[in-house]
Structure formats: C-alpha cells, structure tokens
Ligand binder design. Structure first.
Ligand SMILES: [Zn+2]
Length: 176
C-alpha cells in the first residue's frame, strides 16, 4: 500500500524526540516535536510513518462508535457492574490487597484509573464491549497501582508476577 503524506498538526514540547499519535475517534495525526526540530524533518518523519498511520486510521475507523448515554449504555453499565466486582475481589485477594471500591463510567482516553488515596478503581464503560480477558488486564493493572503508584520497574515486575501475558492483553486492548 502506498500512502500519501497525511495531514498532521504539530505541537512543540520540551521533549527530546519526535512523537506521533493517531487520535481516536477521527484519526487525526498529531506530532509532538522538540523546540528545535525543523519542519522539513517533521514532514520526513511523518512521511516515513505514512503506511503505519494509514493502518491505524483504518483500525480506528472500524471501531464501534463511542457509547452515547441511553439504554444500551445503561445495559452495558449493569453488565460491567456485575462482572467487575468478583474479578476485582479475586485479584485483590491474590495480590494481598483489600478489595477497593469500583466505579464504572464513560471515559474518553483511559481504560481505567486508580485513586490510591481513596482506594477506588474506576473502569471505562467501554470495557463492557471488550473481551473479558482485557477487563481482567485493566483490573490487575489498576490493582498493581495500589502496590506501586508509578509505571516503573517495580510496577512492571508486579504485572509480570501476577499476569505474565499482560503485554499481549494490553496490545489487544489498545488495538481494539
Ligand atoms: Zn497505570
């Protein structure tokens, strides 16, 4: 497949290397660039990734549209509110943690969050439309934050110990 140079916007940031993101749900291409990188270098960077960008835009376009408030969202919320607590309780016990409270809500950019102060896990309602193995991955990830708040070596060691195939699940989730 040959891909033309896609449209993109550039944001200058205090970072060291160029970063490229394809945003859902519309597939906009956003490049974050260090202050001194030239426009021509940015264009070459985007051109180099054109095929990859096209693939991601296709993938995003075939996703189900984001849930809107309504009966379907409510049914999915009930489904997730029933499915999540036993999984959270089981994994919390396995990881030696107290079972945290769970909130389900629509979120646009994250699958889950963990408030380590209030010990509350929030799950993205969209997980109700994904494979249960992916819900399980998000739950273990958020519980792992009750052991280590940051995404550092300890955090990943905890993930490796409890859910050795977590990288595969994360990849599947981010591709879905
Ligand atoms: Zn995290």
């Amino acid at each position: 497949m040959t891909a033309d140079l896609p449209d993109f916007t550039v944001t200058r940031k205090r970072i060291k290397t160029l970063r490229l993101t394809v945003r859902a749900p519309h597939g906009e291409v956003v490049v974050s660039a260090p202050p001194h990188v030239r426009e021509s270098a940015i264009t070459a960077f985007v051109a180099d990734k054109a095929a990859w960008i096209a693939k991601h835009q296709e993938r995003i376009a075939t996703r189900p549209p984001p849930l809107k408030p309504g009966p379907e969202a409510e049914a999915l919320r009930e489904q997730l509110k029933n499915a999540a607590p036993p999984l959270v309780a089981r994994w919390a016990a396995a990881m030696g943690l107290q079972t945290p409270d769970i909130t389900v809500r629509r979120m646009t950019s994250r699958w889950g969050t963990c408030n380590t102060q209030t010990k509350r896990i929030t799950l993205n309602l969209e997980l109700a439309r994904r494979d249960p193995a992916l819900l399980e991955y998000v739950i273990v990830h958020e519980l792992a934050h009750l052991i280590e708040r940051r995404h550092n070596a300890l955090f990943y060691a905890v993930m490796d110990a409890y859910l050795p195939d977590w990288r595969l699940r994360r990849r599947a989730l981010n591709a879905s």
